[in-house]
Unconditional design. Structure first.
Length: 347
């Protein structure tokens, strides 16, 4: 990893330092940022059907680390084990994992975003044919890229006003803060740190915190960046609902070769489709359907009607064409529990 320069801001100088080897570390004042904090309302582990239950258990384990990171024993080992579980779930039940991104309520935004981004980055990394070591790096970096600013990210998710000056400064430093906190937690893998530190660098050289040029951004970091932004668009905020997948993908595609590598954006569109699992669609007959599985093309998923979940409809047939995407509703816990059963037999 080439040497980086610590941004010259008051916050950075007070909370971060570089050692003689050019490694970012937290100062004593920086460590004080990461005191234990309580959980919000959590999803019950036993209510969802598989494979959503496994994702819920992963979310619970990840939350234990996020809420008191400096007290976590063998954090690196525990996170690697969770990364292996994400990889296994994605390989076994990719449609259900995509659906979980779109339907899971977000009482703890940053925690859910970490799991969602890890799932999507893993899917993208597989499609990009990364080798096993680089794929693991992508999975773990996506899971931990925001660990240094969990409380701020949760606050911003429900904040209707633009970020304040101090919040903006923290946003631009969070890749370094997350890396420094991971080092305090015992993570030493240089690829992991490199990917976390550079996951907000952009193709046009206007990313942060280092303003890297295109050729300086690794594939792993760019995949994590794309998964991060895509999941942010597909998740609800306190001031807005989830964006329909087609609209979110269109916004990303408009920035191809500017903010994002066009090759990776094309892989993302191919992987999700215009109507991804967990999305809602209106059929030509006016019925509201739920997409449960990707089809042969981006335009033709398999759909069920909520009142007849046992009958899977093929939207390539003349009987069940899709009229268009339906606006994603805000899903409460009871609706979530019912929806998870749609993927139980598809796992």
């Amino acid at each position: 990893m080439p040497p980086r320069v610590l941004p010259d801001t008051l916050f950075a100088r007070n909370h971060l330092e570089m050692d003689d080897e050019g490694v970012f570390r937290l100062t004593a004042r920086g460590r004080s940022l990461y005191q234990p904090h309580p959980a919000h309302m959590a999803l019950e582990d036993g209510t969802a059907s598989e494979p959503m239950r496994s994702l819920a258990l992963l979310r619970k384990r990840l939350g234990e680390i996020f809420r008191d990171p400096l007290a976590c024993n063998d954090a690196a080992g525990r996170l690697r084990e969770m990364g292996q579980q994400v990889d296994a779930l994605v390989r076994r039940s990719p449609d259900a994992c995509i659906a979980a991104i779109l339907i899971t309520p977000c009482p703890e935004y940053t925690l859910q975003h970490a799991l969602n981004a890890s799932v999507l980055a893993t899917l993208l990394g597989m499609q990009a044919q990364l080798d096993a070591d680089e794929l693991e790096t992508v999975t773990l970096a996506a899971m931990t890229m925001n660990i240094g600013t969990v409380r701020l990210q949760d606050l911003l998710a429900g904040q209707a006003s633009p970020p304040s000056t101090s919040q903006r400064q923290l946003i631009r430093l969070h890749p370094i803060l997350s890396s420094a906190l991971l080092r305090e937690m015992g993570v030493t893998d240089p690829r992991w740190h490199e990917t976390v530190q550079t996951h907000h660098e952009e193709w046009n050289g206007r990313g942060y915190p280092f303003l890297l040029n295109q050729e300086e951004i690794g594939d792993a970091a760019h995949i994590v960046h794309l998964a991060d932004i895509a999941c942010a668009k597909l998740m609800p905020r306190g001031y807005r609902s989830r964006l329909p997948a087609r609209q979110a993908l269109a916004q990303l595609y408009q920035n191809r070769d500017e903010q994002f590598d066009v090759r990776l954006v094309s892989l993302l569109v191919r992987e999700l489709g215009f109507y991804p699992p967990g999305g809602f669609v209106e059929l030509a007959g006016g019925e509201l359907g739920v997409v449960v599985k990707r089809g042969a093309s981006a335009q033709s998923p398999l759909v069920v009607l909520p009142d007849a979940p046992q009958h899977i409809l093929d939207t390539t047939t003349p009987e069940h064409p899709i009229k268009g995407a339906a606006m994603p509703p805000r899903i409460n816990l009871q609706q979530y529990e019912a929806l998870t059963r749609l993927w139980e037999n598809l796992a």
